[in-house]
Ligand binder design. Structure first.
Ligand code: URA
Length: 435
């Protein structure tokens, strides 16, 4: 087999065999295929696409490039949850304890974010003492003990993805559905769970900006999971405006705790219930969506999910008293208001712009070795569809100093588009794939 022939075949739009795909991935990972040929091959995939068989083969080849987590000593159907990422997305902090309380072993490998906002690991690290670096053995033991663990990546999972992603990033080949889907699903499969519930975001604060691409990505990821023998469901959900009211690491932890108490924002609560209901079906805990929703609501209202979150914090060395006393979390010294300069209805609250405000406040990492301030962020007061007057409070800004607060206020004001006519409601859950 020669890399040249495989590049040519894809360049001309033909379907590749699993052996050809494996040849390219293994060859690139071992160093026998150079960057130049891999770049050409990735760009051919970018333009010609891949079908479900090819995308599954690509994913499996990537999984085989490194270690996989062995969760066989945990009994039950292990479920993992993944979001393609958004602004104010603290769903993992709510969903993992709720589903663990429902008796599903939850193994969650989460990431830091290098973009405009913090990732799940950054959010958890705003809880004093919380250890996000568990070994594979610690993950297995903790899930056997309390039913859940959330950790940054443990073993050397999917080295092929690290190499291929870096090359795609340098060569303008990121925005390809088969390449994104195989990148995400290879990491999910290597992390060892039996079933996946995926939250594919669509809108200004998401990777996928339009519904057609988001649905295609959801279908592709669900097909890869199911082809690899893992039950997979994907929900396509709105990320045109931030999820919930809180955007910022400690602010989001507080909002997650409120949601576990049953006092969370309506959109975040609804999303956790919908994703949770799908996970209950995948894990065989129910066969009906409605019953799944009922179970999720019960877990919130009886406090069982919150109890599990407390156990999770204790197991990972964090201070569980933050649940009852949020002042134990880092507090921003400066709190100012962003107000409306117009009367009317909020037509748009641009998620990406709010993320940029968080970054301007110092709430995101920017670079892999960058640090972030967990206390800063934005607490939205008004969201899409609401009526405001000139001078109405739109959001609170939590800042470390007056200059960054002022900069954030200006950015936040530009995120709101206010019109005279009440806008139509936008659905939070747009479609469900794979159930
Ligand atoms: N996230 C990933 O992990 N990979 C991609 O290619 C895009 C988003």
């Amino acid at each position: 087999m020669r890399a040249y022939d495989i590049i040519l075949k894809k360049r001309d739009g033909y379907k590749l065999t699993p052996e050809e795909i494996e040849f390219m991935v293994a060859g690139y990972t071992s160093g026998s295929i150079p960057d130049s040929q891999m770049t050409a091959w990735l760009m051919s995939i970018f333009f010609q696409g891949m079908d479900a068989d090819e995308t599954t083969a690509l994913t499996i080849s990537m999984v085989e490039s490194g270690d996989t987590l062995d969760l066989s000593s945990i009994s039950g159907i292990k479920v993992d949850k993944h979001s393609t990422g958004g602004v104010g997305d603290k769903t993992t902090l709510v969903l993992i304890p709720l589903l663990a309380a429902a008796g599903i072993p939850m193994v969650k490998m989460a990431g830091r974010s290098l973009g405009y906002t913090g990732g799940t690991i950054d959010k958890l690290e705003s809880i004093p003492g919380f250890n996000t670096n568990l070994s594979s053995e610690q993950v297995v033991k903790q899930v056997n003990d309390i039913g859940a663990a959330i950790t940054a990546q443990t073993a050397d999972l999917v080295p092929a993805d690290k190499m291929i992603y870096a090359l795609r990033d340098l060569t303008a080949a990121i925005e390809s559905i088969p390449l994104i889907a195989s990148s995400i699903m290879s990491k999910k499969i290597a992390a060892g769970a039996d079933a996946f519930v995926l939250d594919v975001k669509v809108g200004s604060g998401a990777f996928m900006k339009n519904i057609d691409d988001a649905e295609k990505l959801a279908q592709t990821m669900a097909a890869i999971g199911n082809n690899a023998g893992k039950r997979t469901a994907a929900l396509v959900t709105d990320m045109d405006q931030p999820l919930g009211f809180a955007v910022g690491n400690t602010l989001e932890v507080m909002e997650a705790i409120d949601t576990l108490k049953g006092d969370g924002p309506a959109d975040l609560t609804q999303l956790c219930i919908e994703l949770g209901s799908a996970a209950l079906i995948l894990a065989g805990k129910t066969d009906s969506y409605d019953n799944g929703r009922e179970q999720m609501q019960n877990l919130m209202h009886t406090g069982k999910g919150l109890k599990k979150f407390r156990e999770l914090i204790i197991a990972q060395n964090g201070n569980p008293n933050v649940i009852d006393d949020p002042s134990l979390l880092a507090q921003a010294p400066v709190i100012v208001k962003a107000v409306s300069s117009k009367s009317g209805y909020i037509k748009q609250l641009d998620a990406l712009t709010i993320a940029k405000a968080e970054a301007a406040l110092g709430g995101s990492r920017g670079r892999a070795d960058g640090s972030l301030d967990p206390s800063v962020g934005v607490k939205l007061v008004k969201k899409r569809g609401e009526k405001v007057e000139n001078g109405s409070l739109l959001s609170y800004v939590y800042a470390s100093n007056d200059e960054s607060a002022e900069q954030a206020v200006n950015i936040i004001q530009s995120a709101y588009e206010i019109t005279a006519v009440k806008p139509q409601e936008i659905k939070l859950v747009k479609s469900v794939v794979g159930l």
